[in-house]
Design a protein around this ligand. Structure first.
Ligand code: EPU
Length: 345
């Protein structure tokens, strides 16, 4: 291939768990022109991976293919209608910085998603969510380049097929992850803003600060304070956020579990199923603050797997499997990993 890319590129600085691995080839996609020029070569590449902030990724070994590191910049107003403002960002923009920028511009609506690591382009892939809001609820449309045909395709929120930590991009797994490269995302931010403060932690934080009628900045500050207290900063202690999804079970299964474990936190879903708190299950299984080799489950939030120094992908996989086995044995509930595993086992 003639592509002007880096060979045997180290990836440790490009994933927030800081796992060591190399990519046979790495192309930094930092402008539409770079992407356009590379498209013919990319189309011929069978093994490729689109990388954003690397905050939802477990590198299990070297990747024998092409990594496209999305660094497309840009923030802009995309218009308005009677009810909403539309704001766009390049896929490579840092998510938190973009959210703070929208607030500074007087365009609230994303504040509950403050401080989530990663990029704007990665946000819709797993439909990031926190404190009562998922990004899919604010997405107007996104533009993605089909890496096989070179065509740009627009996905509206319905076409993205959002679910809990899920979208069409994630569901179709490898195929869509490797086929579409999200270049920009446009958000619909309602002009009639109301604070989303139902989540107990956020409400308590606002209460403690004596804020009765929160502004968007107050909500952002509360969310940031809660996250800082409970979740490790990847720059200080490498991690990939929640390592497992909160499992959803049938109402009958939830009733069985609650009878045996009255303290189990449960969240009724619109479809009658019940979501369980994976962090609670992991803590009860004895894994909160416990290590296996160089990795462990975080002492303040058992759902977060941390690299205490020098870990490799196999260490992460071993801990994840041990936690899954213990939770299954103790509660009969299967935990699904949230991050994508990439590379040799
Ligand atoms: N809990 C425990 N022990 C723990 C952790 C949690 O008992 O070690 C209990 C808590 O006391 C609470 C319940 O579990 O009753 C839920 O905990 P928390 O409010 O901390 O939220 P979570 O369900 O663990 C989810 C998301 C987070 C998001 C928070 C806030 C998932 C997989 N995780 O965590 O998202 O920030 O809610 O909305 O849905 C992420 O996906 O990377 C992430 C950090």
């Amino acid at each position: 291939m003639t592509l002007d890319c880096q060979h045997q590129a180290p990836l440790a600085d490009l994933n927030t768990l800081r796992l060591p691995a190399t990519a046979a080839r790495l192309l930094r996609v930092d402008s539409p022109a770079t992407l356009a020029a590379a498209l013919p070569d990319i189309a011929g590449e069978k093994r490729r991976f689109v990388l954003g902030g690397g905050s939802n990724l477990v590198l299990c070994g070297d990747f024998d293919g092409l990594v496209l590191h999305v660094a497309l910049p840009g923030r802009a107003f995309a218009g308005e209608d009677a009810e909403a403002f539309y704001v766009s960002a390049g896929a490579g923009e840092n998510w938190h910085d973009f959210v703070q920028w929208t607030l500074a511009q007087g365009r609230p609506g994303l504040e509950n998603l403050s401080l989530i690591p990663g990029t704007v382009g990665a946000a819709p892939i797993q439909n990031i969510g926190a404190y009562g809001l998922e990004v899919g609820e604010r997405l107007a449309w996104l533009d993605a380049v089909d890496l096989d045909s070179g065509e740009t395709r627009r996905f509206d929120a319905a076409t993205c097929g959002f679910g809990y930590r899920d979208s069409v991009f994630k569901r179709e797994g490898w195929h869509l992850c490797g086929r579409f490269l999200i270049v920009s995302v446009t958000f619909r931010l309602a002009k009639a803003w109301t604070p989303l403060t139902r989540y107990a932690d956020v409400a308590a934080e606002l209460d403690a600060a004596g804020v009765a009628r929160p502004t968007p900045a107050d909500v952002a500050a509360a969310v940031i304070a809660v996250r800082r207290r409970k979740l490790p900063d990847p720059a200080a202690l490498p991690n990939a956020g929640s390592f497992f999804q909160n499992p959803t079970v049938s109402a009958a299964e939830a009733a069985r579990l609650q009878a045996a474990h009255p303290a189990l936190p449960t969240y009724a879903q619109a479809d009658g199923r019940v979501k369980l708190a994976a962090g609670w299950l992991i803590e009860q299984a004895g894994w909160k603050g416990r290590n296996l080799g160089p990795v462990g489950m975080f002492e303040k939030q058992a759902l977060v797997l941390v690299n205490r120094g020098g870990a490799r992908g196999a260490d992460v996989r071993a801990l994840a499997q041990a936690v899954q086995a213990d939770v299954l044995a103790r509660f009969g509930v299967r935990l699904e990993a949230e991050p994508i595993y990439l590379g040799a086992a």
